[in-house]
Design a protein around this ligand. Structure first.
Ligand SMILES: [Zn+2]
Ligand SMILES: [Zn+2]
Length: 371
């Protein structure tokens, strides 16, 4: 089931960390293996992780040269044998749009436990070498290859390209995290640490899930305003309140001196962990999502014991979270202003400029378009 396929494509290739990315002419795989898909990228939004990958500062394995970008949506242009349904059983046809997971082996202990994001053999888009077949393993490109081991979900017609793209990393990570945090209700005060895309989306999902009060901490002011639009009842600016002791006092005051029922960390700063433990009240849950770096922080572990804290780590997500993320965009678009997260739209050739703008906080969620 293949149309006339292109033999060459354009991709933004990173050959040295911290160096400008160059648009290169790349081969398109001539053969689509059973279970694989070839897609034309319709939108690739940037994730903070892309910037850290470019810098080479991430505590994850990266094989240069590579095509960055792991948060994207594509339109199917070739379907490998047996790949004509998605992971939810919906038929897939040429021209349909999909989002897809990293590729898992399906033959290891973690895959057997339905924890594919922990699969030691996983192949992650935006992380593996562009020199090896099937080359097109990142979103900063005109085309991408979807491996047989990747879960995939058809994008509903009502979901725009860039929001489908955002669903494939930012929102699916938040959906997974919020699910792992467990029930939230009107009796709960939740503190969200971080006002990047994940913190803002989490603010929205907690608020829609019926949390009594959501307090979001972050910067700059424009992001906190967006957090309010997503349902934050209060916001605390890191610029206006730079001292962690003062932020702790605000949380204590907002909770009758007890501390939060649930603290959710999406900031990525190691210091936020110590602050979050302090902000958590007795019997609270502490959800830790943003810590992908190798940084450390001093914490008195006794606080976790003495407060009976439940500390929950949450990394990435599985195909169920991609599926739910798309349903959430479809159903909550009237209540949560997802489109306001999309801060800029750029052609692929401006990739270096977009990374610069991400690094200087001028963009929250920019999108690259290759065609
Ligand atoms: Zn990401
Ligand atoms: Zn595995």
């Amino acid at each position: 089931m293949t149309a006339a396929l292109p033999t060459r494509t354009r991709a933004a290739v990173l050959r040295a960390f911290g160096e400008p990315i160059v648009i290169e002419d790349m081969p398109v795989p001539a053969r689509i293996e059973a279970g694989g898909l070839l897609v034309e990228i319709v939108a690739c939004s940037l994730c903070g992780t892309d910037v850290h990958c470019w810098e080479g500062s991430l505590d994850l394995k990266l094989d240069l040269p590579l095509i960055l970008g792991h948060e994207m949506a594509g339109r199917i242009i070739a379907i490998g044998e047996g790949a004509d349904t998605d992971s939810a059983g919906q038929p897939l046809r040429l021209g349909d749009r999909v989002i897809w997971t990293h590729a898992f082996c399906g033959q290891c202990a973690m895959c057997a436990r339905h924890r594919p994001a922990m699969c030691p053999n996983r192949k992650a888009y935006g992380h593996v070498s562009a020199e090896n077949w099937p080359y097109l393993m990142g979103g900063f490109a005109q085309h991408a290859y979807v491996l047989p081991g990747s879960g995939r979900v058809r994008v509903p017609d009502s979901v725009p390209d860039e929001l489908a793209s955002m669903a494939s990393c930012a929102l699916r990570s938040v959906v997974n995290a919020v699910e792992q945090a467990g029930r939230v209700g009107p009796e709960h005060t939740i503190v969200v640490q971080g006002a990047g895309p994940l913190g803002i989306l989490a603010t929205g999902l907690f608020s829609q899930a019926g949390a009594g009060r959501v307090l979001t901490i972050g910067a700059p002011a424009a992001r906190l305003e967006l957090a309010r639009a997503f349902g934050a009842d209060d916001v605390v600016s890191l610029e206006d309140v730079p001292d962690p002791a003062d932020r702790l006092a605000i949380v204590r005051q907002a909770t009758g001196g007890l501390g939060a029922d649930l603290v959710a960390e999406f900031s990525g700063h190691p210091a936020a962990f110590a602050e979050g433990v302090a902000m958590a009240g007795p019997g609270a849950r502490y959800l830790v999502v943003g810590q992908l770096g190798a940084g450390t922080v001093e914490v008195a572990p006794g606080a976790i014991t003495k407060k009976n804290l439940t500390v929950i780590g949450s990394f990435s997500g599985d195909v169920s979270h991609y599926h739910k993320a798309l349903a959430i965009i479809e159903r909550l678009a009237g209540r949560l202003p997802f489109d306001r997260l999309i801060s800029g739209r750029y052609p692929l050739g401006q990739v270096n400029e977009v990374i610069d703008r991400m690094r200087s906080f001028q963009e929250i969620k920019p999108v690259l378009y290759a065609s």
